[in-house]
Design a protein around this ligand. Structure first.
Ligand code: F6R
Length: 606
């Protein structure tokens, strides 16, 4: 979603801001803008389209300034257009905003009655108007911002400048914002990859923090103006990690990074000798009385939850209830104090997942997050956190975050198995043995990527796909279908294979390819029967299995053989060929793989 960056220092701000905006592109956006402060004048440039369009538009102009704000906008209120792009200016105040101001209509009407004229359809524009009106009443800049913020309902990350003084202000509530700590310079952004080339020391701002940058330093204050202590944290990501490194797309790079990402996520945690899984600083509640585990997330992370349900229920025999975060709190879930909630999120900033965590906490339930981003809201505010060590995920379509989330769920299951006394040491040692072999097996799949590319070439022109699987393979094919639709814009539907004859089989004919995930597990025979049903209707079969002598293998030219593993770990392997299939089809069709239309990497509004 929207991306924000602000800079104040001795250097020319234009290139610093534009480079950071380029790094924020992955979040998804439809317009971009920049404001530069120079000698008590502010110049603003905005464009519909890409950051490169903005750069081109700036090339003929003399855009100067050592202080500035920049923004990528993902439209919520008002169509993507130059007039709705940020920054927005009223009087001498300029604002960039990420989030949604829920009471903007009310404020706008009030201001209109007082003679204010608005030039955009956005909710954001009320903010500079309000601040400017308080300045005109004689208020100091910081006080005007503080007072304005108390009137806003909703979520915001803000960057604010004023024409008549060299001060930069940032503020945050329910939308991410971080400050990069550099001597003598001020920089802030929506996330770390945007400014990782400038510093790896960050302050992860908390809700209601206001940061005032002035004279080469900064203060963090609360809404009443009281000074707050905020300590920087060092992030061990590097600029190179947020680059494509020779791959055509971030997504492809991230697919190929999975053996390393999973190995990094296991590192220091799996102790085969001791038959133990260790998580630093994780304090779980007393598990003896545990009644139920909830697993809640959105999108791909939700698919990890569904896989988590199979992993936990088949081994620990604890009931797991899964929920899509945007549905969860509206259906009045029935909690019990002995429950535990696991929230899964790559970004740790997904608004609905954060809201689900708050719902659980309000009911006194222990919340545990599985996150990829240090300092993210979910990681900070949940009772416990386990980090995935996937490194920055830039491609909008989640890949390595997904497989590292599953790895954490598997480790957590083994950890809890020991704590609950339902698994002996030999069982856990066996699980660890299999888990440690996963990165190597993932690599052997990646080494055969060209076979999947060939398959993609044969199927790229079809308009619809059905994905089928049973048991733990069902959420895996849901994820495979999501990957295909989000990056190739091809309609793909996932169905539990046994459910197919209750409706979707009506779709099957020779123009309808069916992706079947059918390893040699407890679901094998049943899935074979379902595949027979597809073939009987002349459906085209793409078979993904770990069994070279699969009963259906000689009935199609499109078979991909994966290595074998235990049932609970299969999703880690089957994810890869399905990601590759989606990637290669999208690439052949020429879509914008890393920034698919209408999608945002970090969904910070509900
Ligand atoms: C799909 C995808 C999204 C995210 C979802 C949740 O490829 O990336 O479906 O999984 O928006 O995001 P996080 O995990 O950051 O909470």
């Amino acid at each position: 979603m929207c991306g924000i960056v602000g800079y104040m220092g001795k250097k020319e701000a234009f290139n610093i801001l534009i480079d950071a905006l380029k790094r924020l592109e992955y979040r998804g956006y439809d317009s971009a803008g920049i404001a530069l402060w120079h000698d008590r004048a502010i110049e603003i440039l905005r464009r519909k389209g890409k950051v490169d369009d903005l750069r081109v538009a700036a090339s003929g102009k003399q855009l100067k300034g050592t202080m500035g704000l920049a923004h990528t906008r993902w439209a919520t209120h008002g169509i993507p257009s130059e007039r709705n792009a940020h920054p927005h200016k009223a009087g001498e105040v300029v604002v960039v905003h990420n989030g949604i101001i829920e009471n903007y209509m009310e404020i706008k009407e009030k201001l209109k009655k007082r003679g204010h004229r608005f030039t955009s359809d956005t909710d954001t524009e009320v903010i500079p108007h309000l601040i400017n009106s308080y300045i005109e009443e004689g208020m100091d800049f910081v006080d005007a911002v503080r007072l304005t913020i108390t009137e806003l309902e909703g979520s915001y990350a803000l960057g604010i400048m004023r024409q008549h003084e060299r001060t930069l202000i940032a503020a945050k509530k329910e939308s991410p914002l971080i400050v990069g700590v550099i001597d003598g310079e001020a920089v802030f952004a929506s996330d770390a990859p945007a400014i990782i080339d400038l510093t790896n020391r960050f302050i992860f701002l908390e809700d209601n923090d206001i940061v005032v940058f002035k004279d080469g330093g900064f203060n963090v204050i609360d809404i009443k103006g009281n000074k707050l202590e905020r300590h920087p944290q060092v992030v061990n990501w590097t600029g190179a990690m947020a680059q494509k490194g020779g791959y055509k797309h971030f997504m492809l790079k991230e697919i190929f990074e999975q053996p390393r990402a999973v190995a990094d996520t296991l590192m220091g945690r799996v102790k085969e000798e001791k038959a133990q899984i260790e998580f630093d600083d994780l304090k779980l509640p007393d598990l003896k009385d545990i009644r139920k585990i909830w697993m809640i997330a959105c999108g791909t992370s939700y698919h990890a939850c569904l896989i988590g349900k199979y992993i936990f229920e088949s081994t620990l025999r604890i009931p797991v209830e899964t929920d899509i975060a945007s549905e969860f709190r509206y259906r009045e879930p029935i909690f019990d104090k002995r429950d535990m909630i696991i929230l899964i999120s790559q970004s740790g900033e997904t608004a609905d997942t954060i809201a689900a965590m708050k719902e659980g906490k309000n009911h006194g339930i222990y919340t545990l997050s599985i996150c990829n981003v240090l300092g993210s809201t979910l990681a900070r505010e949940s009772d416990g956190v386990i980090f995935t060590h996937a490194g920055p995920e830039i491609g909008v379509a989640s890949t390595k975050a997904f497989t590292t989330q599953i790895s954490v769920l598997f480790m957590l299951m083994a950890h809890m198995g020991r704590l609950l006394g339902v698994m002996d040491k030999d069982t856990v040692r066996g699980l660890i043995y299999e888990l440690k072999r996963i990165p190597h097996k993932m690599q052997s799949i990646l080494d055969q990527a060209s076979l999947i590319e060939e398959m993609a070439r044969r199927f790229m022109t079809y308009k619809n796909f059905l994905y089928i699987g049973r048991g733990i393979n069902y959420p895996s094919i849901m994820e495979g279908a999501l990957k295909l639709k989000e990056i190739s814009y091809i309609h793909a539907e996932a169905y539990a294979a046994g459910e197919m004859k209750h409706g979707p089989i009506a779709l099957i004919d020779e123009s309808f390819p069916v992706v079947a995930l059918s390893p040699h597990d407890r679901t094998y025979q049943k899935t074979c029967s379902n595949i027979e049903e597809v073939l009987a209707r002349r459906g085209k079969l793409l078979l993904f299995t770990d069994m070279p002598e699969h009963d259906m293998a000689n009935r199609t030219d499109s078979v991909f053989i994966m290595p074998t593993t235990i049932y609970e770990l299969q999703p880690l392997l089957s994810a890869i060929p399905l990601q590759l299939l989606a990637y290669y089809i999208a690439n052949l069709l020429g879509t914008d793989v890393d920034q698919p239309r209408n999608l945002a990497k970090s969904v910070t509004v509900e």
